[in-house]
Design a protein around this ligand. Structure first.
Ligand code: NDP
Ligand code: 2IT
Length: 447
């Protein structure tokens, strides 16, 4: 078994040198899916995984724009259309200076499995740019988004590829991107998700990733006869996912004590409440400020510059910032301090060493492709509403989101429950996602 995984990985490494994040995401899948393929005649020998690691299409393009000082800037734009076996390509756009081919290919690959898990008909994609939105004026953001869309529009469409937000892309950016697409195509369609409510958006979409992550944590706790109420939670990040994970956790009676950004983390030992969270929403979404400003307003809290929150004692950790933000040492520290639930809001936030530590310790560990799927699932619900030209109520969307998270949890149990009763959510999510996509690929022939 080990040798077959190695043989597969050697091939992938040879074809994708210099793409460490992409290789990391593939290896995590291969460890559980290769043995499954070998023991299932219908998949064995069909090169399905070899096909799945090759994007159907990779787009790279120049994004020139002019800053407020009149200087011409050139960024690079990307869209990775990874797999369309079960539906149109679907996945977010990330604007961050670290964006490169490796990061977007890992995200697109994860998206294929995640989208399959949602139960909705969506293929997998990811895109973005090395553009850094930090410190840019609104007009600069608009000019950049317009330039980006003036190329991307040729490749996307409501039945072809439907982008959405990710790091650095929220409601403001989706607005500018949508406006340019509509102008170029002369068509008002659901080509992007995360739209504003007056122009085709869905209620709960902004909240969905964070809410869904907390719903998933609840589902995991239920397997032990426990609830989230009263638990202490450490959250990283303070963007879209972190904010709404915090909001839902508070609503359900948990105590959230940390949030962070790339400059460090804040620790409020009394826990956040609705007023404190409203301050953070305003700070991050309107003022676009830094997280350390929180301690000026709430001096009982502390700011730890350049550090991550994983040294703080908690029962539940929710990494909601970025990839590889929980390493081997962090994992050991979390366990030492009594943490026994890791529920990932971010994509691939734990390094492979950290994941193995969590699985060996047999704690409740949910990989992002399962636990953060509520965001893209609600994007799928936005697409359905656009097609039907109707708007569902908040309660309708929220209850569909809860049901989807619970269905994903059940899929993880179906394929991940071990003989001793331990639920390996990594195995469960990988195999459940694989089976859905693989069956569609087999039915559609070698294309
Ligand atoms: P936002 O841009 O809204 O927020 C990102 C947060 O993470 C910010 O607090 C940011 O801090 C921090 N962060 C980003 N990069 C780094 C870094 N290299 N080191 C430390 N902190 C960092 O993005 P989202 O909340 O939308 O996304 C967060 C994560 O969730 C990502 O992994 C994303 O892929 C994933 N995700 C998002 C979904 C969505 O619907 N938006 C759906 C599913 C997953 P700073 O401001 O200082 O950069
Ligand atoms: O990683 C993700 O699932 C997202 N950024 C959301 C993608 C989407 O299409 O809503």
């Amino acid at each position: 078994m080990e040798s077959q995984i190695k043989e597969f990985m050697d091939l992938v490494k040879k074809r994708n040198p210099h793409e460490p994040e992409f290789l990391q995401a593939i290896e995590e899948v291969a460890e559980t899916v290769v043995p499954f393929i070998l023991s299932n005649e219908i998949y064995n020998g069909k090169q399905i995984l070899t096909r799945m690691v090759e994007p159907e299409r990779v787009l790279m393009f120049r994004v020139p724009w002019i800053d407020d000082a009149g200087k011409i800037i050139v960024n690079r734009g990307f869209r990775i259309e990874m797999n369309s076996a079960i539906g149109p390509y679907k996945g977010g756009l990330r604007f961050h200076p670290t964006v490169n081919l490796s990061i977007l290919k890992f995200l697109a690959f994860e998206q294929v499995f995640k989208n399959a898990l949602t139960t909705l008909p969506m293929g997998g994609a990811k895109g973005g740019s090395d553009f850094d939105p930090k410190g840019k004026s609104d007009v600069e953001i608009m000019r950049f988004c317009q330039s980006f869309m003036s190329e991307l529009f040729r490749h996307i469409g409501p039945n072809t590829d439907v982008p959405a937000g990710d790091i650095g892309v929220g409601g403001r950016e989706i607005g500018y991107l949508f406006g340019m697409y509509k102008k170029l195509r002369n068509e008002f369609t659901g080509v992007l998700t995360g739209k504003g409510m007056s122009w085709g958006g869905s209620l709960i979409r902004p909240e969905a990733t964070g809410y869904g992550t907390v719903y998933f944590a609840q589902n995991m706790l239920e397997t032990k006869g426990e609830v989230i109420k009263g638990k202490t939670i450490a959250i990283s990040g303070s963007g879209n996912v972190a904010q709404y994970a915090c909001e839902k956790a508070l609503q359900l009676g948990a105590k959230v004590v940390t949030l962070s950004d790339s400059s460090g983390f804040i620790y409020d030992k009394e826990g956040f409440d609705t007023d404190k969270l409203a301050f953070i929403f305003d700070l991050k979404n309107n003022k676009r400020g830094r997280i350390n400003e929180y301690v000026k307003k709430y001096p009982n809290a502390s700011f730890f510059a350049g550090e991550k929150p994983w040294g703080i004692k908690c029962e539940i950790a929710m990494p909601c910032a970025t990839q590889n933000e929980v390493n081997k040492e962090d994992a050991k520290t979390l366990l030492k301090n009594g943490c026994y639930v890791i529920c990932e809001g971010a994509n691939m936030p734990s390094t492979p060493e950290a994941v193995h530590i969590f699985l060996n310790a047999k704690i409740l560990y949910a990989p992002g492709k399962a636990s953060n799927a509520g965001g893209v699932a609600t994007s799928g619900l936005e697409m359905s509403q656009n097609s039907l030209r109707i708007v569902w109520t908040r309660d309708e969307v929220d209850s569909k989101l809860k049901k989807i998270m619970s269905d994903i949890h059940n899929s993880c149990i179906k394929f991940g429950k071990q003989d001793d009763g331990y639920i390996d959510y990594v195995k469960g999510a990988n195999i459940a996602g694989f089976v859905k996509v693989a069956d569609a690929m087999l039915a559609q022939g070698v294309v």
